[in-house]
Design a protein around this ligand. Structure first.
Ligand SMILES: [Zn+2]
Length: 359
């Protein structure tokens, strides 16, 4: 049965490629099967703006890392920040007993072909899985047409989508989240929702090759060019930490679209993360990172990559519930940047209240 499904899926890929790449970011494979790389130009617009150019899209099957299991919701309350630079303000947008890790080979900043960059993360999910608000806020979009700005547009690449303006912001700017490809929307514009409240169901509406949740975090403006890496904003599961890196080439420029292997010293499990592409997406205001891996059990890891034909490797310890941050330059300069020590004028990063009105 699985074999048949896979064949059907492969056929689907071929036809999609042939049909000139009209599929959106999608994760057609169940968690335990090889995952696929699906790149997309996910140009979006605010509900008030209309963008008429359809993005180019690509579908490329490839084996992915088998996701880890045993996900547990964080014990601590969200928002959460161990250091002054962390901002784990959001809970996962799907139930704790479902797949809760980003699709491993198409993360934020992933680039395939023609510099099309992924502006969110994809979470594998069955049709009909509840989609939950990642934080409290007011619904600013509910239904079809988010990309085109045309309400109820049935051909919108995002399909049925919900966007929330949150009750809190960051550094005085409002924060938004976006949930796309849903099969059903349970909220209306203007409605206030709490973190964890069901806002709809996972679907495969819009340009997608299978059911999954596409999730974005946007800062300041609810626009395509204002996304940030959701993996830096979702509170890590219990016992998990977030690895954040800034990798430079010899000439000092950021290392783009390069595979970085992250191998557990304890279990030998290997994860591969691709450094960001150069366009469309934004690094964190503080970290200025070009790679993030959030689904790492705490422990020691070997980081390995090939640059200019040479192997580079170094080791880090990932601590639970916080960011482990390193910088690396290809002449071998590795720095593990410790969490900053609070000083007298230290002002903890806390959610900034914004002027969101509750209906
Ligand atoms: Zn996506």
């Amino acid at each position: 049965m699985k074999q048949i499904k896979r064949q059907i899926r492969n056929t689907k890929y071929v036809s999609l490629i042939t049909a000139f790449l009209l599929a959106s970011c999608a994760t057609p494979s169940p968690a335990a099967e090889p995952t696929s790389l699906v790149a997309a130009a996910v140009e979006t617009a605010t509900p008030r703006e209309v963008q008429t150019e359809a993005p180019m899209r690509f579908v490329l099957p490839s084996p992915g890392v088998e996701p880890v299991s045993g996900w547990r919701p964080p014990l601590y309350p969200v928002p959460w920040a161990v250091t002054s630079y962390d901002h784990f303000y959001f809970t996962r947008p799907n139930p704790a007993d479902q797949v809760n890790w980003p699709q491993p080979d198409y993360r934020y900043g992933g680039v395939f072909f023609a510099n099309e960059v992924h502006t969110g993360i994809d979470i594998d999910a069955q049709l009909g899985t509840p989609v939950l608000a990642a934080g409290a806020g007011t619904v600013v979009w509910a239904g079809g047409g988010f990309y085109t700005g045309v309400i109820d547009n049935t051909t919108d690449p995002y399909g049925l989508a919900v966007s929330i303006r949150h009750d809190f912001g960051f550094q005085g700017k409002p924060l938004f989240t976006l949930y796309a490809h849903m099969s059903k929307v349970d909220v209306t514009v203007g409605q206030h929702v709490e973190a964890g409240e069901q806002i709809g169901l996972v679907g495969e509406t819009g340009k997608t090759t299978g059911p999954h949740l596409h999730f974005e975090v946007r800062l300041a403006e609810n626009l395509y060019h204002h996304t940030l890496n959701p993996e830096l904003w979702l509170s890590p599961p219990q016992g998990y930490g977030v690895l954040v890196g800034q990798l430079h080439q010899l000439n000092g420029l950021l290392l783009e679209s390069t595979n970085v292997r992250v191998i557990s010293e304890e279990t030998g499990q290997e994860r591969v993360v691709r450094t960001y592409g150069s366009q469309t997406i934004n690094p964190d205001p503080y970290y200025q990172e070009n790679m993030v891996l959030s689904d790492l059990p705490a422990g020691y890891y070997r980081i390995s990559l090939v640059y200019d034909g040479r192997d580079h490797q170094f080791w880090v310890e990932v601590l639970p519930g916080q960011v482990t941050y390193f910088t690396y330059t290809m002449y071998g300069d590795f720095k593990l940047v410790p969490p900053p020590t609070p000083v007298l004028d230290f002002v903890p990063t806390t959610p900034t209240p914004t002027a969101t009105k509750r209906p």
